[in-house]
Design a protein around this ligand. Structure first.
Ligand code: DOR
Ligand code: ZN
Length: 434
């Protein structure tokens, strides 16, 4: 079947162009991009998708997602996470290894890929653990894991405490062509903390996690990247000090890339005031000054990527006293509207915003995606950037509903998602997958 996506506003984040165009999709790929009015379907044999009033963007490549399979399928499965992903305009995602058992072996990597194939929704790229059992001691078999399909290594959820282990991880991963993703946290400083250490934690009497807990570890990762010449990617950057460290490292041409999540530029520690456990996340929501610095870091190219850090938890872990609740919030369906807000605020141009959501993470992981040009896979989303709505629990397709944005006004939403030329999600319609 040939598909004609007609009269949409096309966004190619690499050229930074936004222009009206028609897209022709054949055998899963974009075969032609034409100015509107040129193409005709004389025999009426094509499937025509009217995209007028929509932006056509490359599908989001979300490089930081927790799918809870294997082990915690009551929170999320590869299938339910995949549905939430495609509903949010995400056509590819990389999933973190902190499952039960952790993804520290070829068999778990293969299992994740097998389940993803079965779900047939977004493309799923497994991230394997750096160390066996994510214990920070013995490196996993990077070569074996890469061969099985892992695209990166990370002990996300936990830091690699031992610097020598991290040094060897950077060298070994570089040799295997894998990027190391750092969960930067000095646990001796964050240990009992539940939220950002500052005026709000003092006022409401919760133990804090200082900004230094993150910054010390980012400084270490940068030092190790300088020492070894091997690349490191810093996950979920949340503080002004972290942005400065990364800025200086980039100025010094140290091979470091960085990511933040929408909650770090959309919320600050005041969101914890009412003891809402959905605002309990690691790293924690920081101050207004930090939020400002994260936005500046995005605008100036210090932060390359926006990823959701989608971390589903059930009421069993969230409807509890604040100190007993788990860290994390879902994000697959809110990344797009929250990022579009940065465009409306004038912080990012539309093309830059989409680039941080798609092309940049795809390049870091060396996977396809992030472009709308002739010849590439048709992984794309049709979005209505101005649609205003209140996020409702029923809108959430993830098995877990732990979002602090429920009940909040959002603007911009996805209307249709295509992976490899097949429609995998469309508003108000049921789909069985690719
Ligand atoms: O808040 C968080 N939740 N931070 C992490 O690093 C891990 C994640 C999870 O897996 O729930
Ligand atoms: Zn993390």
């Amino acid at each position: 079947m040939i598909t004609w996506i007609k009269s949409g506003e096309l966004v190619d984040p690499v050229q930074g162009v936004v222009e009206k165009a028609d897209l022709i999709i054949e055998r899963g790929k974009i075969s032609k991009i034409l100015p509107p009015g040129v193409f005709e379907d004389r025999e009426h044999r094509l499937r025509v998708i009217d995209a007028s009033g929509r932006l056509v963007i490359p599908g989001l490549v979300d490089m930081h997602v927790h799918l809870r399979e294997p082990g915690h399928e009551y929170k999320e499965t590869i299938e339910t996470g995949g549905r939430a992903a495609v509903a949010g305009g995400v056509t590819a995602l990389a999933c973190m290894p902190n499952t039960i058992p952790p993804n520290d072996s070829r068999s778990v990597t293969e299992f994740v890929l097998e389940q993803s194939k079965r779900a047939n929704l977004a493309r799923v790229y497994p991230i394997a653990a750096i160390t066996m059992g994510q214990k920070g001691e013995t490196l996993t078999e990077f070569g074996d894991l890469k061969e099985a399909g892992a695209v990166a290594v990370s002990d996300d959820g936990f830091p690699v405490v031992n610097s020598e282990v991290m040094r060897r991880a950077l060298e070994y991963a570089n040799h295997q062509g894998l990027v190391v993703i750092s969960h930067s946290e000095d646990i001796s400083l964050s240990s009992a903390g539940m939220m950002h250490e500052g005026v709000v934690s003092t006022r409401i009497g919760l133990p804090g996690i200082p900004a230094a807990s993150e910054e010390i570890m980012i400084f270490r990762e940068i030092s190790l990247a300088r020492l070894t010449g091997c690349p490191v990617h810093i996950a979920h950057v949340s503080t002004a000090g972290s942005v400065e460290l990364i800025r200086r490292a980039k100025d010094d041409r140290i091979p470091v890339t960085a990511e933040t999540a929408p909650h770090y530029f959309s919320l600050d520690h005041n969101a914890v005031m009412g003891y809402d456990t959905n605002a309990k996340v690691k790293p924690p929501l920081r101050t207004k000054d930090d939020v400002f610095a994260i936005k500046k870091g995005l605008a100036e190219g210090v932060i390359d990527v926006i990823a959701s850090d989608h971390a589903p938890h059930s009421p069993l872990e969230k409807e509890l006293e604040f100190d007993k609740a788990a860290f994390g919030m879902i994000g697959l369906q809110t990344t797009l509207p929250l990022t579009l807000q940065l465009v409306r605020e004038g912080i990012l141009k539309l093309g830059e915003a989409i680039r941080k959501l798609s092309y940049n993470p795809a390049s870091i992981l060396e996977v396809s995606g992030g472009r709308l040009v002739e010849g590439v896979q048709a992984d794309l989303a049709l979005i209505d950037p101005e649609y205003e709505y209140i996020l409702k629990k029923e809108d959430i397709l993830s098995k877990s509903k732990n979002s602090p944005f429920i009940g909040k006004a959002l603007r911009g939403r996805n209307e249709m998602t295509m992976v490899g030329g097949k429609i995998v999600w469309e508003r108000n319609k049921a789909h069985s997958g690719r």
